[in-house]
Design a protein around this ligand. Structure first.
Ligand SMILES: [Zn+2]
Length: 103
């Protein structure tokens, strides 16, 4: 996909990307033009990795896994199926990542 800076017009530059944490806990990558430093857009990140419900709403799944593993287990069993499946994917992703880092 072709993306160009709206200010200086450079096409497909090496966007300068920095992490921004929003107030609601979601993380976005802020893209800026490397030539004129003007803001281009946010790329939304890790949407699934934050609880959108329950007592840990707004907190990272990875952090809740550390401090309250029982809640995670409980939710996987008893949470609404759609949410439990989404959580399972996040948990798997985090576990896979840890295994990858240990190697
Ligand atoms: Zn530019």
């Amino acid at each position: 996909m072709e993306e160009s800076c709206r200010v200086c017009g450079v096409i497909n530059p090496q966007w300068v990307v920095t992490d921004k944490i929003f107030k609601n806990g979601t993380k976005h990558k802020e893209m800026r033009c490397p030539d004129c430093q003007s803001f281009y857009k946010y790329q939304k990140q890790n949407k699934e990795d934050i609880f959108y419900f329950g007592k840990y709403k707004g907190e990272k799944v990875s952090e809740v896994m550390v401090k309250d593993e029982d809640y995670i287990k409980w939710f996987l069993k008893n949470g609404i199926p759609k949410a439990a499946r989404a959580l399972q994917r996040v948990v798997d992703k985090i576990n896979n990542k840890k295994i990858g880092e240990e190697k």
